[in-house]
Structure formats: C-alpha cells, structure tokens
Design a protein around this ligand. Structure first.
Ligand code: DAK
Length: 260
C-alpha cells in the first residue's frame, strides 16, 4: 500500500496508524480519508493484527479537523462525496473487528474529535484539547459528531460543546467520560501500547464479539441488545478459546488463546 498521508507500522500483534500531515495539524482531506478507509479495511482482516492504535504526527495535534482549505471551494456534489467518504472512513474504524485505541497527542477538533470518538478507547496527553468548533465556521459537525458525542457524554454536555464551539482540556474530557485516561505527553505512546498489549493478550474472537455486542446493543433497545448478547455468548462456545480459557482457569494456569 503506497501511503502518502499515513504511516502504518506493525509489531507483536499491534498496528500503529499515524496521520502524518503535521504542517496542517493532521487535518483530514479526501486523500487522507481514502487512505484511512483502505488501511483500516486491510488491518481489520489481517489475522496478525489484534489491536490498532491511531495517533497523529508531531506534538501539537492529533487531528485539527477536516481540512478547511480543501473544503472551502467544494461544489455541492463534491461536498456530498466528501461527506460520504468521511462517513465510510469513520464507519470502517468503528466497524473494524479489532479494538482501536486513539492516542490523542494534541488538538482533537471537529473531525479530529469525531475520528477519536469512532475509536473504541481514547487515551489523551495532558496537553490534548478537544472540541467541535464547526459552529464557528457556520456549519455543524458532519462526521456524526452530534450522534457520537451525545452518546458518550450525554445531551447536556454535547449541546454545550457543540453550541459554544469552545475547547475543553484533557482533564475535563476525562471527567465527562470523553476519554478513558489522561497521561503526560511523553508517556502517551507507552500507555497506549501497554493497554494495547493487555488487550492483545485476550482472545481475538471474544474481543470481536464483545465489540459487536456493545456497539450494536447501544443502537437498539435493551431487550434486543440482550438477545444479541446471548446469541454472541452462545457463539463463544464454538471457539477453541472458550475451551482453553475455562480449562486454564480450572487448571490454575494462564490461558494461551489461539484466536479461534
Ligand atoms: N484545516 C486546514 N488547515 C488547518 C486546520 C484545518 N482544520 N487546522 C489548522 N490548519 C493549518 C493552519 O491553517 C496553519 O497553516 P499555515 O498557516 O501554517 O499554512 C497550520 O495548520 C497551523 O495552524 P495555526 O497556525 O492555526 O496554529 P495555532 O497553534 O495558532 O492554532 C488551532 C491551532 C488548532 C487552534 C487552529 O489551527 C484552529 O483553530 N484550527 C481549525 C480548527 C477547526 O476549526 N477544526 C474544525 C474543522 S471543521 C463534513 C463532515 C465533517 C466535517 C466537514 C464536512 N461533511 C459531512 C461534508 C468536519 C468539519 C471540521 O472538522
């Protein structure tokens, strides 16, 4: 894969994808979204990859949003195509069967906060800043920010963030449940790797089913979600990992999952 806007590396079951446009604070243009869609589709089906970390290049920004210079002169048709591509790219991350951890190293604004929210978990540097500043540009969030932010932090906080366009600091993002953890910037990638390694030590099938149970369940009613969970729970019993996990517990040893 010939990548111009991303760097993708792999080590010991963990892939790290870095959005690499530091001169424009890693803003998302069409080519970057195309590459995100392509890379996450590929990593999602690569059996070697157990967990993916998404981060931004440099120390200033994770992603400062959609590329305003690119968007400024779009026609209606181009705007529609850009919107569709963005939604597809973000859905590819959210629907990726592997856990995705956002390591947020700086500004996560607009589409930057939205792409972080499409990930499963978010670890933020103390210096990270979050916001949905679209209102300042005369638009509203367009990569499902109104939906994902509301689900994560509730209607009241989501409306405050979206109506004011103001930035919030990492500790406040943690307090309202937007991020899982805040760490010093120098420790960010180590902490993300530590979490990725812990998750990568579990069975890939149960991770995938847990992700599906949570993400599908939150979009449907409680009883349908519980039924979906029961079906996936049943499916676990067709795996070698369930047999190994339970045998290992009873034999008082550490499970060696085969990811099947
Ligand atoms: N796009 C393009 N370039 C950007 C950018 C962005 N979002 N953010 C920063 N840059 C560029 C700056 O223009 C500047 O370029 P040069 O002047 O050096 O050429 C360079 O990055 C460094 O930025 P600053 O000089 O501004 O750096 P500061 O430290 O002074 O300020 C900042 C950092 C992050 C506070 C500031 O850059 C800023 O406010 N940036 C814009 C943040 C923003 O408004 N983000 C939201 C973008 S709107 C859609 C769906 C979704 C969306 C759009 C469409 N559809 C459904 C179609 C999403 C929209 C957004 O995300």
């Amino acid at each position: 894969m010939n990548l111009k806007n991303l760097i993708s590396t792999y080590e010991n079951g963990i892939a790290t994808v870095t959005i690499n446009r530091p001169k424009v604070l890693n803003a998302l243009n069409k080519d970057t979204l195309l590459e995100i869609k392509e890379v996450f589709t590929k990593l999602g089906t690569d059996d070697k990859v157990k967990v993916i970390i998404l981060t931004g290049s440099g120390e200033k920004a994770f992603v400062a949003g959609a590329d305003i210079a690119f968007m400024q002169s779009l026609s209606a048709i181009e705007g529609f195509e850009f919107a569709k591509l963005g939604q597809e790219a973000f859905m590819t991350i959210e629907g990726c069967p592997k856990p995705v951890i956002a390591a947020i190293n700086g500004f996560a604004l607009g589409g930057g906060n939205e792409i972080a929210m499409a990930c499963d978990l978010r670890i933020a540097a103390e210096t990270a800043r979050f916001g949905q500043p679209e209102i300042n540009l005369g638009i509203i969030p367009g990569f499902a920010g109104t939906q994902r932010l509301t689900r994560l932090v509730g209607k009241t906080k989501a409306k405050e963030i979206i109506y004011t366009g103001a930035m919030i600091e990492a500790q406040e993002a943690h307090r309202i449940g937007l991020v899982n953890k805040v760490v010093p910037l120098v420790d960010l990638m180590d902490e993300a790797l530590k979490m990725a390694e812990l998750i990568a030590s579990k069975g890939a099938v149960s991770l995938k089913l847990a992700k599906s149970a949570i993400d599908t369940g939150v979009e449907i009613d409680f009883h349908s979600g519980s039924l979906h969970e029961a079906q996936l729970f049943g499916l676990c019993f067709s795996t070698e990992d369930q047999k190994e996990g339970m045998s290992a517990f009873l034999e008082k040893r550490k499970a060696k999952f085969k990811n099947k």
